[in-house]
Design a protein around this ligand. Structure first.
Ligand SMILES: Cc1ncc(COP(=O)(O)O)c(C=O)c1O
Length: 369
């Protein structure tokens, strides 16, 4: 029998949900509102689609392995050198590079709980020990995270805004936290949702000049509406960027994705419009939850909200399924360490209305939003 290595033997396979078409057919729905994966409800900007079409004609060639124009554009916007920019097949791939480059069996990694669910499997795949630090009032507990950093700790991951709570660490405490860690501990700042932040925001890329042990991860999957293309980037000091490049296969980001990301990056006005839409909808959803008497985690700075679903007319664990059968896909907190909650992505006005309508029906005779 072929035996997988000891580290893999302890891991489980990620089980993807059924294709959406199948779900529509199963429940006889003519439309599914997908609010489950924090994607943009809108597609790529029209100029981005055009760039993709022209790039598609050239896919007989391998991509530009150095992604020169895209890395240059990202570097320029961040005030960094192109050598400090590493691209990934989604920012998830950069998480794999980081753990591959910096974690050995028995090393320790520290992050919050609940936070983005990928940190755990990528660290486990390296045989690392995980210190998961409970959130405090739904937000990162920086003091408690710091207490978990010991001699074996090689990496600390902070997701800001945090998935799934949407809570956001203000620049000053976050910077103090980074400064307080030993210089041989890598601090990974996952900023997948940073473009949605409307609170005071620090240009964290500026911190790289001071902290060689800092890595910032961002993505084109969220506000730019390119999740299906798989492209994200890391900003780091030169030695860290070089380490990540050692484990990267040369053509990890395809040419259509590179062209799309480059074009998407040159439309800050459109990004701003999406940020404003999300901020308006966040407030509108919170007001509707207040009217319905449904508790939630307030203050999200991301494109999703965490909603309490216990005490409705169906038992909590069944609420995601009840919403699904009515045509609204949300993410059940029971699957990521938040029993009693669902995470709902902010969609278009119409999609959010549909979600509120169906939620209000589960409130059991409650007022309509
Ligand atoms: C916090 C966080 N980081 C990273 C990602 C992954 O994004 P990508 O599509 O760039 O791999 C996600 C996606 O949901 C996320 O929530």
């Amino acid at each position: 029998v072929i035996r997988e290595n000891d580290t893999l033997a302890g891991l489980t396979v990620y089980r993807a949900g059924p294709p959406l078409r199948e779900v529509e057919q199963r429940y006889g729905l003519d439309r599914l509102v997908v609010l489950a994966s924090n994607e943009s409800p809108e597609g790529p900007f029209p100029e981005v689609l055009e760039a993709m079409v022209s790039a598609a004609a050239g896919v007989n060639r391998y991509p530009d392995g150095g992604a020169v124009p895209l890395r240059a554009a990202i570097a320029r916007a961040s005030g960094l050198q192109p050598e400090q920019v590493v691209l990934g097949n989604g920012s998830c791939e950069l998480l794999f590079f980081l753990t591959q480059a910096y974690l050995d069996r028995g090393d320790r990694i520290v992050f919050a709980e609940p936070t983005f669910t990928m940190y755990r499997p990528v660290a486990s795949a390296r045989g690392a020990d995980i210190a998961a630090v409970p959130l405090r009032d739904h937000a990162h507990d920086l003091e408690a995270l710091h207490r978990e950093v010991d001699d074996r700790t090689r990496m600390v991951v902070v997701c800001n805004p945090n998935n799934p709570t949407g809570t956001y660490l203000a620049p000053e405490p976050l910077r103090d936290f980074v400064a307080s860690l030993p210089p041989d501990v890598l601090v990974v700042l996952d900023e997948a949702y940073i473009e949605y932040v409307t609170a005071e925001r620090a240009a964290t890329e500026g911190w790289l000049a001071e902290f060689e042990n800092l890595v910032i991860l961002r993505t084109f999957s969220k506000i730019y509406g390119l999740a299906g293309l798989r492209v994200g980037y890391g900003l780091a000091s030169r030695p860290v960027a070089e380490a990540l490049d050692k484990v990267r296969q040369p053509f990890n980001v395809n040419s259509v994705a590179q062209a799309a990301a480059l074009e998407a990056f040159s439309h800050p006005d459109k990004v701003q419009a999406r940020r404003e839409h999300v901020a308006r909808e966040r407030d509108r959803l919170y007001q509707a939850f207040d009217r319905l008497g449904v508790p939630y985690v307030g203050g999200s700075q991301a494109n999703f909200v965490l909603v309490r679903i216990e005490g409705l007319s169906v038992p909590g664990p069944e609420v995601p399924q009840a919403l699904l059968e009515r045509g609204v896909v949300t993410r059940s907190g029971y699957s990521f360490g938040c029993p009693g909650w669902i995470r709902v992505t902010i969609g278009s006005v119409e999609e959010d209305d549909l979600f509120l309508h169906h939620l209000s029906q589960l409130v059991g005779g409650g007022a309509k939003p």
